[in-house]
Every structure is written in C-alpha cells, then in structure tokens.
Design a protein around this ligand. Structure first.
Ligand code: PMT
Length: 391
C-alpha cells in the first residue's frame, strides 16, 4: 500500500509517544520508507534506539547536526511525501501555526510544502484552551489535516478530550492522503479567481468583494492532488503553479480561452462583472454641476456559457453567488449556462462567501443531483469539490 512512499514522522514530547512504535511498524509493514524526527522532549518517553530499530533509519533530533551539504531541515522536507506529527503537543502546534522554527521538527514543518497530518494529544484543559483551538484553526485553514483526539481517561488522571486518536486512524489518514496526491495526476485544471475590474477612467473602476480565496483554495487543492494547475486571477498570489494575472472580464476571457483548449477541468470561481462601461474615459472624469450623472454600461461576455458551448471532453464547473433563493436560482443558472456542475454559495452571509475563510456550498449537477458541503474552511470545501466532480 505504501511502497515507494517517503513518510516523515514527527514525534513530540507527550506520553502518547509510546504508542507510535505501532504506527512505525504499520508503515514499515506496508512498504514505506520512514524517517523519524523526535523533539528532545519526545526522547523522555521513547528511546532513540527503539525508533531507529523500528524505522530502520537514523533518527533525527538536533538541528545543526549536519551530515551532508544540504541542511537537514531542508533535505528531510524535500524528500518526504507526507509529514505526520503524532503525538502533537500544544506547544508544537502553536509554534507551527505561528511559523516559529526553534527546533529540527518545527524547522522542517516551516520548510514543508506538501501535506501535513497532525494528531494532537494533551490534557483536556489544554485542548479546550482558546489559543490551542485558534492555532488548530490556523493550521486547518492552511490545509493541514487535524486528527481529532478522543475522549476518555487521560494519562494525567483527568477524564476528557485529549487522548491521541487510534494508531489505525493515523495509518488510514496517511494512506488516504498519499493516494489523494495522485487523484488528478496527468490532468490539467484551470481555475479562475478574484473579482474582475472594469475601469471607468484612470482612477475609478467597477468591481466586487471577491478576495480570490476560494479560487486560491481550489488551485492549491488541485495541485496537492497532482494536477497541472493554471490559476487565472485578478488578485496577487504566489504558489508553485502557473499563475496568469488579469484585470477585466475581457482579459479573463482571453486567458481562459487559451488555457481551456487542452484542459481537463475548468472551475470558474471568479466573480466576473456582468457589465463594463461603454466608453472608458482617457482622462479623469470631472465633477459635473449636475446632481446626477449616468454611466452607460454594456454587457460583458458570459465566459462560462461560452466555454460550455464549445466544450469537448472537459468538465466545466461554475460557481453561483446568490443573496436569496439559493437553490432555485442555482437550478435556473445551471440550465442557462449549460455547465456540468454549479457550486452555489450564499453571499448574503458574512461568515461565508466573499472574503471569508470559510464557505458552505451546494453542488448541483446537470442531471439534477446535488451534494451539500457543510460550513468548513475553504481549503476543505475546495478538496471536497474536486473529489466530487472527479467522481
Ligand atoms: O473570492 P472569495 O472572496 O473567496 O469569494 C468567493 C466567491 C463568493 C466569489 C465564489 O465562491 C463565487 O461565488 N464565485 C462566483 C461569483 C459569480 O460571479 O457568480 P455569478 O452567479 O454571478 O456567476 C455564475 C458563474 O458565471 C460564475 O462561475 C462566474 O464566474 C461566471 N460568469 C459570470 C459572469 C460573466 N460575465 N461570465 C462568467 O463566466
């Protein structure tokens, strides 16, 4: 199941560290190459020799214990397919969430750009601490998978939530994550994001509140699933895939049409202006003596509809932003646009949709089916959308 996979396992200083021997055995039995980083505190609960024997690899503890030209925190991060931290203490979770890199494990986490799985274990009062919960939310929003601890009798004598989840659960999450990394391998996924900007004159424009976050989350998720990603966006974004910066709806249409031809999936998460001014004023428009002025607007092309009309084998996904009658309007829109899927979200709510870190969506398909994804970070919504449309 794990043949050829490189698993980096981080162990931090909690009593649950002793359970990790079984996890290493399961990884090894299934063919993985396992490298262990233990914090110095983890070695209060486990011996380096045990971890070394089980993983059949050297165990890494100290930074600056340099054995090769490339610093350890970079080479360990580069070669791993997944980084699993179990058990993860409140201290390590906090440091990773805040980008603090003061030991080998947290430095590797800082340099790690692939999928990370974190299995927390701690006293129940620590688990309920507001700062710990906030740090977990930060990690989750960045796409880190958090394996919730279980409730029960804790080693510190308390009964409550904080016990490391089962080793089997960590193992299954690792297997799922590693197979997930190839779901979209060989596929080109084009994603649009942000609100288009329609200039009125050199200083004024028509736009909307789209931050680009939903599109960025989709592009990141597609990349982590192995796709070749092209992001066409009106907002600045830095990521390891092709990014085409555009401004107006017409710019976006040009870029989309070039990338569409050889794509497999296209997702239009951008909020495209339906209208632009008929005539752009070359000089700043002067304040007039009149109390009101009229700007004449002309219709922008419907990019999504145009793609659906020339579609070959691509899967075409639109988004639908509604402030009322979400499902009814979305049903009418999917029929009008002719796309395969339409992801409907309620933009009248402040906690989801425009600018928010979370969203809640209903995916409609062209055959009348629907799938609701409850409120979650946009990273989670993005992953679920891609899994759903990919079948
Ligand atoms: O960017 P965020 O702050 O994260 O916010 C995310 C979002 C709310 C912008 C996103 O989730 C969303 O709903 N995007 C679609 C916004 C929109 O334009 O919806 P619409 O219902 O007006 O358009 C329907 C579909 O047609 C969309 O896929 C849109 O990209 C497309 N369209 C619209 C007009 C047009 N002229 N051409 C188009 O292709």
């Amino acid at each position: 199941m794990l043949r050829g996979k490189n698993i980096l396992l981080g162990i931090t200083g909690g009593i649950a560290a002793y359970k990790i021997c079984d996890l290493i055995r399961q990884y090894k039995k299934n063919g993985a190459n396992v490298k262990v980083i233990a914090t110095p505190n983890a070695l209060n609960f486990m011996t380096k020799l045990t971890l070394q024997n089980l993983s059949q690899n050297e165990v890494y503890v100290q930074e600056f214990d340099v054995r090769e030209w490339k610093p350890e925190h970079i080479s360990l991060a580069d070669e791993a397919d997944v980084f699993v931290i179990a058990p993860a203490t409140a201290n390590t979770i906090g440091k990773i969430a805040q980008g603090i890199a003061d030991n080998l494990l947290t430095s590797v986490a800082c340099a790690f750009s692939k999928k990370m799985i974190v299995a927390p274990a701690m006293n129940c009062n620590m688990w309920n601490n507001h700062a710990v919960q906030e740090n977990l939310k930060v990690l989750q929003a960045r796409g880190v998978e958090i394996l919730q601890p279980e409730s029960g009798f804790l080693a510190c004598g308390y009964v409550g939530k904080g016990r490391l989840c089962s080793i089997d659960k960590i193992f299954r999450a690792t297997v799922e994550c590693l197979s997930f990394q190839t779901i979209l391998k060989g596929k080109k996924v084009v994603i649009t994001s942000g609100g288009t900007i329609e200039d009125i004159d050199p200083v004024r424009y028509i736009s909307n509140y789209s931050s680009g976050k939903m599109g960025f989350a989709l592009a990141n998720a597609a990349k982590s699933m192995g796709a070749e990603v092209v992001l066409i966006t009106t907002k600045d974004h830095d990521a390891p895939y092709k990014i085409i910066k555009v401004k107006s709806a017409l710019d976006m249409q040009n870029a989309v049409e070039v990338e569409f031809a050889d794509s497999n999936i296209i997702i239009m998460a951008a909020a495209v202006a339906d209208y632009r001014v008929r005539e752009y004023a070359l000089q700043k428009m002067k304040k007039s003596e009149q109390d009101s002025i009229t700007l004449e607007l002309v219709k922008n092309p419907d990019i999504l509809k145009g793609l659906c009309e020339k579609k070959k084998s691509q899967i075409i996904v639109g988004f639908c932003a509604e402030s009322e009658n979400l499902i009814q309007n979305a049903q009418e829109k999917i029929a009008k646009k002719g796309c395969d899927y339409l992801v409907a979200n309620d933009i009248s709510r402040k906690d989801i949709g425009f600018g928010a870190d979370e969203n809640e969506v209903v995916i409609l398909d062209k055959n009348g089916g629907s799938y609701r994804i409850e409120k979650s970070p946009k990273s989670v919504i993005a992953r679920k959308i891609l899994e759903y449309i990919n079948g």
